[in-house]
Design a protein around this ligand. Sequence first.
Ligand SMILES: Cc1cc2nc3c(=O)[nH]c(=O)nc-3n(C[C@H](O)[C@H](O)[C@H](O)COP(=O)(O)OP(=O)(O)OC[C@H]3O[C@@H](n4cnc5c(N)ncnc54)[C@H](O)[C@@H]3O)c2cc1C
Length: 382
Amino acid sequence: MDFSWSDEQKALYQATRAFAERELNERNVERDHTGEFNLAGWKKAGEFGLHGMVIPAEYGGGGVDVLTAVSGMEGLGYGCRDAGLVLAISAHIVICEIPIWQFGSDEQRHRYLPKLCTGEWIGAYGLTEPEAGSDAFSLRTTARREGDVYKLNGQKIFITNGPIADVVVVFATVDRSKGAHGVTAFLVEKGFPGFQVAKELDKCGLRTSPTAELFFDDCVVPVENRLGAEGDGPRVMHGCLEWERACLMGASIGMMDYQLGKAVAYAKTRRQFGRPIADFQAISHRLADMKVRLETSRQLIYKVAWMKSQGLPAFTEASIAKLWVSECRLANAMDSVRIHGGYGYMREFEVERHLRDVIPGVIGAGSSEIQKNLIARDLLKD
Ligand SMILES: Cc1cc2nc3c(=O)[nH]c(=O)nc-3n(C[C@H](O)[C@H](O)[C@H](O)COP(=O)(O)OP(=O)(O)OC[C@H]3O[C@@H](n4cnc5c(N)ncnc54)[C@H](O)[C@@H]3O)c2cc1C
C-alpha cells in the first residue's frame, strides 16, 4: 500500500487551494444572506480548469485520473468557503459531465462536453420527484416515443443548478410496468419546448447553490438526446455514484480540514477563566474527536478513489465512505459551533453557515439510512 500523493497531485491540491482562497470567497457572508449564486467565481473556476478536470482532453477537459481529481477537490474544499459554489461545481462535474462522458455517444460528447468543461454551459441532474426520493426508480415522469422524438411529462424537485442549467440529465420511464428497467436518461436543454424551470427553492443552507423544481409538459426531446439505451437509467445513475462519492466527498475533506484549523486557532486564543479554552480537556478532546473524524474520512475517500483508479468496483466502499464522511462532517460542524460558543452561532462568522451547509450531506445522493441499507444488503447477500 502507498498512501503518498504524487508530485502532480500535491501541486494540484496546492494550486486549487490557493486559487480558491484568492478568487472564490468574495462577499460570501452577503451572498449567503441573499442566496446569490457566485457566477463570477463559476467563470473563474472554468478558466482555471476545474469544471473539466476529469474529462479527457479530446472533449476539452484536463483528463486527470480520479485520485488526482480528489486532490484537486480537496484543495477546492479547503480554499473555497462558499459550499454552495462547491456543490454547484461538483454536481456539474459528477452528475452531468461524467454520465455524458461515460454513457454518451461520441456525437453527444462532442456536442456537450467542451461547453461544460469551460463552464460556458452549466449542467444539472434531474432524478428526484415529489413522490420518488429515496425510492428513486418509482419515478413517475414518463417518456413517450413519437417518431424521432420523445415527449416527456412530469416533475422533478430539489434539482441543484436547476435554475441556471443549460442541460439537464433527466430520468424518465418509457414503461412504468418495467420498474427500474423502464427508467431512461435524456439530455434536456433549457430551450426545449415544454421544459420549464418552475420555482427556485429557498433553503436553510447551501444558499448560494440554486435549487429548483422542473416541469416537463409534453417536452420535446430528440431521440439523439437519449443517453444510452432505453432502460439504461439505473446503469447511468450507478455509474456516476462512485465518482460522486469520491469527488464530492473529496471537497468535504478539504472543508473539514479548514474548519478544524479554525477551531484549533480559536481554542488557543479564546480565553475564559484566565486561560485559553484549549486548556480545558472538554475542548481539547472535542478537537481530538474532530481530527479523528477528519482522518478516518480521508482514508475512506482515498481508498474509494484508489479502487476506482485500479478499475475495481467500489460500490459498497463508496457507500461506507458516503455514510461516514457526511455524518462526520455534520458532527464536526456541530462541534465547531460549540467550541466557538455564542460567536459560532452568529451569522457574520462562517461557523454556523458551515453547519447549515453540511446538513444536506446526510440526505442527498442517498441518505445515511439508504447507505446503511446498501451496506447491509451487500453483507447479507447469498
Ligand atoms: C440540497 C439538496 C440538493 C439536491 N440536489 C439534487 C439534484 O441535483 N438532483 C436530484 O435528483 N436530487 C437532488 N436532491 C434530492 C435528494 O437526492 C433527495 O432529497 C434524497 O434522495 C431523499 O429523498 P427525499 O427528500 O424525498 O426523502 P425521502 O426519501 O422521503 O426520505 C425521508 C426519510 O426517510 C428515510 N427513508 C426513506 N426510505 C427509507 C428506507 N428504505 N429505509 C430507511 N429509511 C428510509 C430517509 O433516509 C429519510 O430520513 C437534493 C436534495 C437536497 C436537500
